[in-house]
Design a binder for this molecule. Structure first.
Ligand code: PMV
Length: 355
């Protein structure tokens, strides 16, 4: 239910939406934020964004007037990106926003500039709010599959990976011949296609650096256009996704782990052979990766790593090994993190409507 704020023309909605971590990566795009290959991710639980929008009538504005705050404060960079995004949507997707004032406040559960990308959670929370407001204007409140599909499509336009954040558990974004209902336009839920072991899988994020990346994801995607290995990569991603979906279904940790680690290293290899080449991993990322592989060999515990487009290492493992792996992280890996900073996360239930 949205909240009437007292004055008749005011509508308020609030959603929280989590971040996600891709196992098969999306890297390379075309057209209006369309992926060059399909990807799959775990939806996380703790790392999330909560966004509240209050909408009211305002005379004489063709595009919505946006008053944006981040955690109660002005944040010009985020504000600019949000305004540009909303204005870009108004004519085609949300004409109801014309003549409105939007007061937006947004907050993250993880510290700003902690090295965790907030675009997936941020853009998905914002998109869910906008789709909700649209429904309120049409006098309906049916949060069905069509609602989430549209929210995913809108989120995609803000940040490709955000398309996957609007679904609980696990989702796929991008057309794939073996995945029924998959589409480049928006994500789909594949939560029902995974073995129980993955329903509460852990992802502890080791913050190796909290500095702004030297090359943004937007620039990284663009560099794929001239990467000599691009075509081979897109074909490889398609094959990896086929195999990974089978491993997810059967609960095959070894195959899942192998593909996930190969995907992470391939993502960074693609950066290293872009033109110009660049490196986002830090020496500590490599040390941690090597330690994880050695620990796995020594103990037989199925713990794996993945990386986003940055130096931080995501440590993935089943819930039944939580004690052993957390001890390993505490005693051996945390020394490589900025201020021993680790964000402990887990597969989660997806977005939540709060107001
Ligand atoms: O959503 P974007 O445009 O920031 O791209 C992010 C891509 C990766 O995070 C590196 C991989 C992925 O599939 O999430």
């Amino acid at each position: 239910m949205s909240k009437s704020t007292g004055r008749e023309n005011k509508t308020q909605v609030q959603w929280s939406s989590p971040s996600n971590i891709a196992l098969v990566k999306y890297w390379g795009k075309h057209g209006q934020q369309l992926p060059r290959n399909a990807s799959v991710s775990f939806t996380l639980s703790h790392a999330k964004t909560t966004t509240r929008i209050t909408m009211e009538d305002m005379e004489g504005v063709a595009y919505p007037a946006v008053d944006f705050t981040f955690e109660g404060r002005q944040q010009p960079l985020f504000a600019q990106r949000t305004v540009k995004f909303i204005n870009g949507l108004t004519d085609v997707y949300f004409p109801f926003l014309k003549g409105k004032k939007l007061t937006i406040d947004t907050q993250n559960t993880f510290p700003h500039s902690s090295g965790i990308a907030s675009s997936a959670s941020g853009m998905s929370a914002l998109s869910l709010c906008l789709c909700d407001l649209e429904m309120q204007c049409n006098g309906t409140t049916i949060y069905d599959a069509a609602f989430y599909r549209k929210a995913s499509l809108i989120a995609r336009l803000g940040s490709g990976s955000a398309a996957r954040s609007v679904f609980p558990g696990m989702s796929v974004w991008g057309y794939h011949k073996d995945i029924s209902g998959s589409s480049d336009d928006c994500g789909i839920s594949v939560a029902d296609d995974v073995a129980p072991v993955f329903k509460n899988f852990h992802d502890d994020i080791l913050i190796i650096s909290d500095k702004t990346k030297s090359v943004s994801s937007t620039a990284g995607h663009q560099l794929m256009d001239n990467n000599p290995f691009a075509q081979v990569r897109y074909e490889q991603a398609e094959k990896n996704l086929t195999q990974l979906m089978i491993a997810l279904k059967t609960g095959d940790l070894e195959i899942l782990g192998k593909i996930t680690e190969d995907e992470a290293l391939t993502l960074h290899a693609l950066m290293m052979c872009s033109n110009p080449s660049y490196i986002l991993m830090e020496p500590a990322s490599l040390e941690v990766i090597n330690k994880i592989r050695k620990f796995r060999q020594k103990t037989g515990i199925p713990v794996y790593f993945t990386l986003d487009a940055g130096p931080n290492v995501h440590v993935l493992y089943p819930h039944e090994y939580v004690a052993e792996v957390k001890k390993f992280i505490r005693e051996d890996l945390s020394q490589h993190c900025v201020n021993n900073h680790i964000v402990e996360d887990q597969v989660g239930d997806g977005p939540q409507k709060l107001v």
